[in-house]
Design a protein around this ligand. Structure first.
Ligand SMILES: Nc1ncnc2c1ncn2[C@@H]1O[C@H](COP(=O)(O)OP(=O)(O)OP(=O)(O)O)[C@@H](O)[C@H]1O
Length: 306
C-alpha cells in the first residue's frame, strides 16, 4: 500500500493540482494506494506518525513543499518505511537538493519503479528545553532567519509565487531586514572549541546546498553521514551583504573574507538574547540550540542523489 500525504495549501494550491494530475494517470490508477489531505499546520506530522506506527506501507509519498516534508519526517515513527517526495511547494529546496526532476507523473514513475532506496541523512536540533526535532534542509540563525520570517509574513510572497518568481520575495525581504538588522553576539561551540562571535550576521548549516528557493547557501554540503558544514558571516558592512547575496545564487559567496565555512559533526549556539532561527523555512526564536547529524538514515525513493 502506498500512502499519499498532500498539503493542499502548498505552493498556493500547486500540490493539490499536482495530485489531481497524478490521479488521472494509469500508473496511479493501477496502484494500491490511499491518500490524506492535510487540514491544518502540523497535520502532516500527525498523519505520518499514525500511518508509520500502525502499518508497514510500501512508501509514504509526500506532495507539498519543504514545510510538508519537514512535518512528515518529524512524524515518521518507523525509519524502515520509505518516503518519497513529489514537489508541489513554492521553494522546493528539498527536491532540488535530492535532484528530483520531471513531471509529477514521471516522478511517481521513478518512485514506483525504483528498486533501490537512497539513504538521506537529516539533521537534529534541540532548542532550549524542547524535545529533539529534525531538519530536512537547513537550520539558520540570525539574518537569514529574519528574512525567512519577513517573507512568511509578507503580502507579496503569494503574489510572487503565483507569478513563478518566488525568489524575488527573498530579495525584497533582504532589503527590508537589512535596514534594521543588528548583528548579534553569540557563543558557538564547534568541534569542541568555544568561540565568541561578535558582530555576527548569521550561522547556518544544511544537509544539502540549497535554501530560499534555490540559493546555493552551502555550496559544499553533500547528502552524507556525520558531516555538517557550518557557514558563519561576521564583520560585514550592509552594502557588502547586498553583493554577497547576489553571489549566493551561484554559490560564490565563499570568496568574501567575511564568510567562513567549517566542517563539523555538530555545534551548539548560545545567545544572551532571543535568537531568530529558521528551520526548513519556518521561523521561531531560542536562546540555545544544539545541532547535529542524525545517525539513523531516512530511506528515500525516486531520487537521483549523486
Ligand atoms: N490545510 C492546511 N491549511 C493551512 N496550512 C496548512 C495546511 N496543511 C499544511 N499546512 C501548512 O502549510 C505550510 C506550508 O507548506 P509547505 O512549506 O509545504 O509549502 P510552501 O511554503 O508552498 O513550499 P516551500 O516550503 O517549498 O516554499 C506548512 O508549514 C504546513 O504546516
Amino acid at each position: 500500500m502506498h500512502i499519499f500525504i498532500i498539503n493542499p495549501r502548498a505552493g498556493n494550491g500547486r500540490a493539490k493540482r499536482t495530485f489531481s494530475k497524478i490521479t488521472k494517470s494509469e500508473l496511479y490508477q493501477n496502484l494500491k494506494s490511499t491518500y490524506y489531505f492535510t487540514r491544518y499546520p502540523g497535520h502532516a506530522e500527525e498523519i505520518a506518525k499514525h500511518v508509520s506506527e500502525d502499518s508497514e506501507p510500501e512508501a509514504i509519498i509526500v506532495i507539498g513543499g519543504d514545510g510538508t516534508i519537514h512535518e512528515v519526517l518529524n512524524g515518521l515513527e518507523n525509519s524502515s518505511v520509505p518516503v518519497a517526495f513529489i514537489p508541489g511547494g513554492s521553494g522546493n529546496d528539498f527536491a532540488r537538493g535530492c535532484n528530483i526532476k520531471g513531471s509529477p507523473v514521471e516522478v511517481l514513475h521513478d518512485i514506483i519503479k525504483s528498486k533501490k532506496d537512497s539513504p538521506y541523512w537529516i539533521g537534529n536540533y534541540k532548542q532550549d528545553d524542547m524535545p529533539v526535532r529534525k531538519f530536512v534542509n537547513s537550520i539558520g540563525f540570525g539574518f537569514d532567519a529574519q528574512i525567512a520570517d519577513t517573507v512568511n509574513k509578507s503580502f507579496y510572497k503569494n503574489i510572487f509565487n503565483r507569478l513563478g518568481i518566488g525568489t524575488f520575495s527573498y530579495v525584497i525581504a533582504l532589503i527590508q531586514v537589512l535596514i534594521h538588522f543588528k548583528p548579534m553576539t553569540i557563543v558557538v561551540d564547534i568541534n569542541q572549541q568555544k568561540r565568541k562571535i561578535t558582530n555576527c550576521w548569521m550561522v547556518t548549516t544544511g544537509n544539502h546546498p540549497y535554501y530560499g528557493g534555490g540559493m546555493k547557501i552551502m555550496p559544499n554540503a553533500k547528502i552524507q553521514p556525520n558531516i555538517l558544514p557550518i557557514l558563519i558571516i561576521q564583520d560585514i558592512s550592509k552594502w557588502k551583504v547586498l553583493s554577497l547575496f547576489i553571489t549566493v545564487f551561484i554559490g560564490k559567496h565563499q570568496m568574501f573574507k567575511e564568510v567562513e565555512i567549517l566542517e563539523t559533526t555538530g555545534f551548539t549556539i548560545v545567545s544572551d538574547q532571543e535568537l531568530f532561527y529558521q528551520v526548513d523555512g519556518q521561523t521561531d526564536t531560542c536562546r540555545t540550540c544544539i545541532v547535529s547529524k542524525q545517525e539513523e538514515v531516512v530511506k528515500l525513493k525516486g531520487t537521483n542523489i549523486r
